[in-house]
Write a protein that binds this ligand. Structure first.
Ligand code: GLC
Length: 428
């Protein structure tokens, strides 16, 4: 089911996540400030070296479009607190570095120029802000005087800062289609000594109201610790369409290429491209979206390994995107090692393994008028076990009544995931 005020989201299915900030210079994960307990005064020195001469948002947007992505989501500010736009509320920003320009401004212009929708990620957490209470995830959590530091810190002042920056972002850059707030950890068992932060700390109801007032058509995620427009499974694939309190919900899985959202030079744990394609298909087969992440380098470009992954996905999408866009979960159960997606009277069989000649499709006898391989539109023949004819043989195995048996070429098509397009008839 679509989001009423933004049907594009469940139609477009596929977006690019971009994590970029001072952590990209450290090049060892976007939580480096937390992981290495780097004090702010030391961490801020990265601003002196932030000069991404290869930053070209048109290149990012073109890579996204050619990969088949329909929206692009940029970190405006991550937990480190460094702002990629010319905010009036702090000098800890991209316009205050050797680079000297408003990155968000050129980003939104480039994404729109490529015909894609604009999304922001905005961190609720801010380890640079003097009023943000030190807690169990703060870089200074283990300082001897950590609790003492919270003297005088005022989360009410921090909320004013948070709202003020969200107001800037949703006022000064035109139509923003998507907002990914990140993240709440109220019942944080990681650091029960400190407790976490959630809706009360953020003033989430007020913040969400402000967001929708400024951008009525925007889609907002669920990480304000109150319900949003979609839920956000992270780095995992749900095993069926998602529900909350027994009701289907719109969901988007966000995934990295290698386990790190920010650029991580020494991480070579890249997911194979065909796995990324299968993740996209798998998500759509369960009514979900995929937001796939890249972490540009400190020079501002998407690194070659990530670009190769995007290009590989694009190669598959060029032939098969009609099984993704506007598609969702099917009303039939696919055979093993396969996924169905359905778009109206078209059923798409995605074959994660290539069967030997035949594949049996349960419950489809009498419901299919035509079948073809999607990559080259070549016709496929099929036979049906008539649901009304009793099996004449006993003791011999065979597909159950109502099965449609599709005959496949012995040679598997040379595509990452072969797809069969089935034309359903009115009995389906
Ligand atoms: C988690 C990570 C954060 C990342 C986000 C992406 O919240 O802590 O670094 O930006 O996931 O969904």
């Amino acid at each position: 089911m679509p989001i009423d005020h933004a049907p594009w989201f469940t139609h477009d299915r596929f977006g690019l996540f971009v994590h970029w900030g001072l952590y990209s210079l450290a090049a060892r994960h976007e939580w480096v400030m937390h992981d290495e307990k780097i004090r702010l005064e030391e961490y801020r020195r990265y601003t002196r070296y932030f000069d991404p001469d290869l930053y070209d948002p048109r290149e990012w947007a073109r890579a996204a479009r050619e990969a088949g992505m329909k929206y692009v989501v940029l970190t405006t500010k991550h937990h480190e607190g460094f702002c990629l736009w010319d905010t009036a509320l702090t000098d800890y920003k991209s316009t205050n570095t050797p680079y000297g320009r408003d990155i968000v401004a050129s980003f939104v212009e480039a994404v729109r120029a490529e015909g894609l929708r604009v999304g922001f990620y905005h961190s609720l957490i801010d380890w640079s802000h003097p009023d943000f209470l030190v807690d169990g995830r703060h870089p200074r959590r283990d300082d001897l005087d950590a609790e003492a530091q919270n003297e005088g810190r005022d989360m009410g002042r921090y909320r004013e800062y948070l709202y003020g920056q969200v107001r800037e972002l949703l006022t000064n850059y035109g139509i923003i289609d998507y907002l990914f707030f990140d993240f709440s950890y109220k019942n944080d068992d990681h650091h029960d000594v400190w407790g976490g932060k959630g809706a009360e700390d953020w003033g989430s109801e007020e913040l969400l109201t402000l967001t929708r007032e400024l951008q009525p058509g925007i889609v907002v995620n669920d990480r304000l610790d109150i319900p949003g427009d979609f839920v956000t499974p992270e780095e995992y694939q749900p095993d069926k369409p998602m529900e909350v309190d027994g009701r289907r919900v719109v969901w988007e899985a966000c995934h990295t290429l290698n386990g790190s959202w920010g650029y991580f030079r020494d991480n070579s744990n890249d997911k194979p491209v065909d796995q990324l394609v299968r993740m996209l298909i798998d998500g759509v087969s369960k009514d979900g979206n995929l937001l796939l992440n890249v972490g540009p380098t400190g020079r501002g470009n998407i690194d070659p390994r990530a670009m190769t992954s995007l290009e590989g996905i694009g190669e598959w999408m060029r032939l098969h995107s009609r099984s993704i866009y506007g598609a969702g979960a099917a009303s039939f159960t696919p055979p093993p090692d396969a996924r169905y997606t359905q778009r109206g009277d078209r059923l798409y069989l995605h074959l994660f393994a290539w069967p030997l000649e035949d594949v049996n499709l349960a419950g489809l006898a009498g419901k299919v008028e035509y079948a073809r391989l999607l990559n080259d539109a070549s016709e496929l023949s099929f036979k049906e076990i008539d649901p009304n004819v009793r099996a004449v043989t006993t003791g011999m195995g065979g597909p159950p009544k109502g099965t449609l048996t599709l005959t496949l070429p012995v040679v598997r098509p040379d595509v990452m995931v072969p797809v069969v397009e089935l034309f359903l008839n009115e009995r389906a």
